[in-house]
Design a binder for this molecule. Structure first.
Ligand SMILES: Nc1ncnc2c1ncn2[C@@H]1O[C@H](COP(=O)(O)OP(=O)(O)OP(=O)(O)O)[C@@H](O)[C@H]1O
Length: 303
């Protein structure tokens, strides 16, 4: 059996700043064509890891491969095939938006001007204005247009939507989907869990430079409890409470008529069957949201 090599393959990565260990034995694998979410609280080591991938920082230990290359030795070749969007955008204040796009394409040495024009329109960016006159959101748009328009295989996006309004966030999401449809791969670091949930197939969650959880979003969701709600009459409530007790679960609401339960994956079907037998009304079952997953893992990691 042949397996497709990962676009990003990080193993046991360690990065220290003096005596402080910012990244501590991290693994990160991003499959080709994936949108991979990179999550973690402030200071978790996401940007530091990205900077190692770009060849800006040297790792103290471990290995990193980007598009099959070693960022410590082949950063120029890697950067020609990557679009990088930092969270904190600094552009040349004396240039217009258009001149910035010229300069960014010049640095890369490759350009798709028709894609650039299309994206400039999609993001409603006036490229005749000088960067000095741009808002934070407009500076972000310049970098996003350059990143999506460039003929690259991998997009590394570090909190790319800070400063964008909801309309532009929607344009951003469309661009990510188009990029993947065109065969590109995306690593997306973001604190906006709704955005990650909508876009990503897989996520890696880090804290204090260490891996907390990694996997496909659907698999991770199954690890967390689902939320089941239903409407019960008084007699139904007694039947359901007894049935839940037999399943080893507690109806926290006692004899209440609004049932709200947090149910482990293995118990979802028996609980739904119990509610159906009791003829409960308005039964809903919702898998754990990324936010619940995220908070659960953070709390576990914080202990
Ligand atoms: N150049 C540096 N010198 C010293 N410490 C640094 C340096 N860069 C980052 N750090 C520290 O390394 C840790 C990881 O920082 P990093 O910026 O990678 O986190 P992050 O996950 O990207 O956070 P955020 O979500 O806030 O952007 C932090 O404690 C930070 O203070």
């Amino acid at each position: 059996m042949t397996t497709t090599p990962a676009v990003i393959d990080v193993r046991g990565l360690v990065k220290r700043f003096g005596r402080f260990t910012a990244v501590d034995g991290l693994n990160l694998t991003v499959a080709p064509g994936a949108v991979h979410g990179f999550l973690g609280p402030n200071g978790a080591g996401k940007t530091t890891t990205i900077r190692v991938l770009l060849g800006l920082y040297r790792a103290a230990a471990g290995s990193a491969r980007v598009l099959g290359m070693d960022p410590a030795r082949q950063s120029a070749a890697i950067n020609r095939r990557i679009s990088y969007v930092p969270g904190d955008v600094h552009l040349w204040p004396n240039l217009t938006g258009h001149q910035c796009l010229d300069a960014l394409a010049g640095l890369r040495g490759a350009r798709d001007e028709s894609a650039e024009r299309r994206l400039t329109e999609d993001f409603a960016l006036d490229v005749r204005k000088s960067v000095r006159a741009y808002s934070k959101g407009n500076r972000q748009k310049v970098i996003l247009v350059a990143a999506f328009a460039a003929p690259t295989d991998l997009l590394i996006l570090d909190e790319p939507t800070t400063g964008l309004d909801p309309l532009m966030e929607e344009v951003f999401r469309r661009c990510v989907r188009d990029a993947v449809a065109a065969g590109r791969t995306v690593l997306l670091s973001s604190h906006i869990l709704g955005e990650v949930e909508q876009l990503c197939d897989a996520v890696t969650i880090v804290k204090d430079g260490r891996l907390v959880e990694s996997g496909r979003l659907t698999d991770l969701r199954h690890l967390a409890a689902s939320r089941i709600t239903a409407q019960l009459t008084g007699p139904q409530s007694t039947t359901v409470t007894n049935g839940l007790r037999d399943l080893g679960l507690v109806n926290g609401d006692g004899a209440g008529t609004d049932l709200v339960l947090s149910v482990p994956r293995t118990q979802v079907l028996p609980v739904l069957a119990l509610l159906a037998r009791a003829d409960a009304g308005d039964i809903t079952c919702t898998p754990a949201s990324l936010e619940e997953l995220f908070l659960r893992h953070y709390r576990v990691a914080a202990r």
